[in-house]
Unconditional design. Structure first.
Length: 178
């Protein structure tokens, strides 16, 4: 089966959770989380959860575990906490849980970022992978970085990526084939 055929087997509409990792944002000042939610909505992907959580690895890990247990989301998109400042600890929380890393996400994101911001792109620790049936994308908190990741990487592949993760039940397997 070719790439295009394989890609079409993924679900057209993927339930997503959006987590903004920040010690300073609230829903009225969260531009990046707001952008992610609007972009998903425009693409037809329902947002089943949106939260702002502090940049504390135990809290981030607990939220990812809860999302995996609940089974409502197939994809989790995090924004914030991926830099190298002392409070940027999303990478540690997320990468410590990932079962399979999607190294290409971070690599391509930094390559695309380099074209816009030059060598500062190397300071990003954007990461993605799978965790207990979820596809997890962790992006910087910058609105420009989020737009870049969503438009160029995540939205074009979200259905394909979600479709590659094991289906949760028999009905879903049937729905994807149909």
């Amino acid at each position: 089966m070719g790439y295009r055929q394989h890609r079409r087997k993924g679900p057209a509409f993927v339930p997503c959770a959006v987590l903004t990792v920040s010690d300073t944002r609230d829903s009225s000042t969260d531009r990046s989380g707001g952008y992610i939610r609007r972009a998903l909505d425009r693409a037809g992907h329902p947002v089943v959860e949106y939260r702002i959580i502090p940049d504390e690895p135990p809290r981030i890990a607990a939220r990812l575990r809860a999302l995996a247990r609940a089974g409502r989301a197939r994809v989790v998109l995090l924004t914030g906490g991926t830099g190298i400042a002392p409070r940027d600890r999303t990478f540690e929380a997320v990468s410590g849980l990932l079962e399979k890393r999607l190294d290409g996400f971070g690599e391509i994101f930094r390559a695309l970022s380099y074209r816009r911001v030059g060598p500062a792109a190397m300071l990003s620790r954007a990461v993605a992978g799978t965790y207990r049936g979820l596809v997890v994308f962790s992006m910087p908190g910058s609105i420009d970085a989020v737009r870049l990741a969503m438009r160029r990487l995540i939205l074009p592949e979200i259905g394909h990526a979600a479709g590659l993760v094991a289906p949760r039940d028999r009905r879903e397997r049937h729905d994807r084939r149909g």
